[in-house]
Design a protein around this ligand. Structure first.
Ligand code: IMP
Length: 429
């Protein structure tokens, strides 16, 4: 039985939420495998809009959903989100949601450290200040509190002592008040009974599901250009966002992740700091932002906008392991006389067909553009190729050619049903 892994192939906000929701209708289980509540997935179903951060998008379709071990979990935020979607009519019970017992917890001290660091440095990353980076640091530093620890209150004081031995030194350096071990223990003991019913084993659930021939959808957050290894370091998130992480972050074989679908916006956006070769700081950039409603789901920050960068996406298809793409928000390009695509970079008199690893060089790239004729008719809401203007089809075909990956799905509005399927990602290739 084939599975599907969905990842972002630019800097995030490509519209993964809608596609994952659409695909989860055809899956038996949905699994998050990295990131945390720095992610924001918007799902529109009829007149209802759900904004999910930590919950796998499968909950909207009532599909069994797993928060895998690769995710860092703010338990207070998780309970708040469960309450919020509950108020909107979605009941998320332990029958529906499993939280991997070996996932690491985001604590208030992580959020505070994230903010302290951002404020202290002139070299800002522009993080979401959700404590994601500091939690992954503690995970790798082997001092994180894990979800399973909530079930073993006797072990908590020792674990807290180990964690604070590190954090209180840092906090003193920042001039922040030290964290009181007793107060943190109380917080964790209070939340433990509310989280405990959701705890389970991600790898065992998935192993059983695979043996029973179930279809699994692996849901990525953020995107390849924000990957800790393959992104625009240091302006990245703190996890691996490439498809390979689906295996490690859920506890399955790399061969189990199935077809990898990269989600690609028809232009480019970025939230936060860092290089962005095709960024448009002019009226065209403003127009893309307004038409695409480009404001962050999590932080409300205005997204930076620019033309489609085929060099970047060709690269992320390789590093991310993408088999095919979903192109989203084509309708935002409706009505432009001309549309540009970046096909190479110029740097010190040389032409480059890839993104160099050095952040200083990335910041100095000049895009080389190819100009395509725009289209006047709308693509919004199209549900078949026949409904697309000829120049819009030419644009899609040119994107495919330049990035070297086929378009499997085309999304023409935030609505679940406005999706054109070219190739079924769940069918084995
Ligand atoms: P962090 O993940 O909060 O540490 O933020 C690191 C960088 O990743 C910042 O540039 C954020 O704006 C960016 N980022 C994190 N999550 C998302 C997301 O879901 N969409 C887009 N950008 C994100």
């Amino acid at each position: 039985m084939s599975n599907v892994t969905v990842i972002g192939a630019q800097w995030g906000d490509e519209g993964k939420g809608k596609i994952i929701d659409w695909l989860s209708n055809r899956a038996d289980m949905v699994v998050r495998f990295q990131g945390g509540n720095n992610a924001g997935h918007t799902i529109v179903v009829g007149d209802k809009t759900y904004k999910l951060s930590l919950l796998p998008s499968g909950v909207v379709q009532g599909k069994r959903s797993i928060i895998g071990n690769g995710v860092v979990v703010d338990p207070w935020s998780l309970l708040e989100e469960i309450a919020k979607v509950g108020a909107a009519g979605l009941s998320v019970t332990p029958d529906l949601l499993v939280l991997a017992e070996n996932a690491c917890l985001v604590l208030p001290l992580h959020r505070e450290l994230d903010a302290l660091r951002e404020e202290a440095s002139s070299q800002k990353i522009g993080t979401t200040k959700r404590g994601i980076g500091p939690t992954y640091e503690d995970k790798v530093g082997r001092r994180a509190i894990r979800a399973i620890d909530l079930k073993d209150p006797a072990s908590l004081p020792g674990k807290i002592e180990r964690l604070l031995a590190h954090h209180n030194v840092l906090r003193r350096g920042f001039g922040a008040a030290e964290v009181d071990a007793g107060a943190l223990l109380k917080l964790l003991n209070e939340i433990a009974p509310k989280i405990a019913p959701f705890l389970g084993s991600s790898w065992r659930e998935l192993d059983a599901a695979r043996k029973a021939g179930k279809r699994i959808l692996f849901e990525g957050a953020q995107a390849v250009l924000l990957d800790i290894d393959h992104g625009t370091y240091p302006f990245v998130t703190s996890s691996n966002t490439v498809a390979g992480q689906a295996a490690a972050g859920a506890g399955v074989s790399p061969r189990a992740i199935g077809t990898v679908l990269g989600i690609v916006k028809s232009y480019t956006t970025r939230v936060g700091e860092g290089p962005f070769p095709t960024e448009l700081k002019d009226a065209t950039g403003e127009k893309l932002g307004e038409r695409g409603h480009e404001f962050g789901t999590v932080t409300g920050r205005k997204r930076r906008c620019g033309w489609f960068d085929a060099v970047l996406v060709r690269q992320t298809c390789v590093t991310g392991g993408v088999d095919g793409i979903t192109l989203t928000k084509l309708d935002v390009l409706d009505g432009f006389d001309e549309i540009k695509i970046c096909v190479a970079y110029e740097l010190d008199g040389q032409t480059l067909d890839y993104l160099p690893a050095d952040a200083n060089l990335q910041a100095r790239l000049t895009p080389v553009y190819e100009t395509l004729e725009g289209w006047k008719d709308t693509t919004a809401g199209a549900r078949s190729w026949a409904q697309l203007p000829a120049n819009a089809i030419k644009y899609v075909k040119r994107v495919e050619e330049l990035i070297g990956a086929p378009v499997a799905l085309l999304s023409t509005s935030p609505d679940r049903d406005d999706t054109i399927m070219v190739q079924d990602p769940f069918v084995d290739r």
